[in-house]
Write a protein that binds this ligand. Sequence first.
Ligand SMILES: [Zn+2]
Length: 393
Amino acid sequence: MKAPRAEASDTSKDMPLIAYNGLLVGDDARARLVVDFDREPSFSFRYVANPDRVIISLPPTAFGFPDGALSPRGLISDIRYGSTPEGGARIVLTGARAIKMTLGEVRKSETDGYRLVVDFAMITDDQFAALMADQLAKQTGEGAAPLSSATVSDPAIIPRDNDDFLVAVDAGHGGIDNGAMGEDTHTPEKVITLAFAKAFATRLKQESGYDAVLTRDKDEYLTLSQRVEIARQHGADLFVSFHADSLTQQPEISGATVYTISDTASDQLAAAMAQRENLSDSIAGIHSTDEPEAVTDILLDLTRRETQNFSIDFADKIVDSFNGQIGLINNPHRYAGFQVLRAPDIPSVLLEIGFLSNPDDEKRMQDPAWRALLVDRLVKAVKQYHETTVSGG
Ligand SMILES: [Zn+2]
């Protein structure tokens, strides 16, 4: 019985691997590639610039899954696979923006065969340039050897050089997404949110032990998940998204509102606001709701109750700090299913600083003195939250 088995395995050695199943999931900030093989594949990868790509090299492989099984989505704008003239095979993934491979490993399937799992995350152009330089440095002296052929686990985390309490500050909208529009001055919401975000970040950095990072510092379009991913990569302790929307049907309503995430909205206004804010992705033709159900479920599962409780605590601190200083609407802490607040591990709030449909709010939001006051009260709320909830709790 031994001889035939040895012979069979020798034969199978010369046979190409069979990739019988392929799947690409994710959104515009992160992606996961899964390929199932009949036998254990070895793999290596390297980066190529312009356009920014990751090339995954494999032994000879017969790709047996149907065309379209690996169709580009979100962060991955193009995906190709096939044999190489050298006799191997490869999968080439092009990033919709600069990308990094954060995980690459082969797992033994519970049933039969092996699964290659590769994760990607968005990074900045500067980070990609650094990856390319690093790759070049490693190749010098080793010929054109690929970067790595072992399991890769290299999260796209931006190292911190201090222990400061870090707040990710998100200016809502931007680029082609103007947000709401001021009735009198026609100032777009994206301009107002950026002014508040910058002022808040600058003011917070003046506090010893506190630091801030902006998701955007210019008029730039970011999707909702990209905003969350930037906060995550920086290891932010808190996330604040600035908005200034419109209620054209009710121009008499004025004041600030603090929102936290919830599957069920606290009221109709909150539900409508979340629906409007979540539209930001479809403005640029990005449909994050196209996610397969399984992926959406995972994202929801990850929204841990603990994080939610911290978010609620922070929202309460903001309301307390604003009280008597900054106008608030009735029931100023509301909740709804805001996509931008879904970071599983970063307490997050969305602050509607006022309504661009209300003439008084519109005027106030463009007054640097009022902005400084609001930012001051918000810094106070962050400190209160940090001192009592995080440190004291
Ligand atoms: Zn908005």
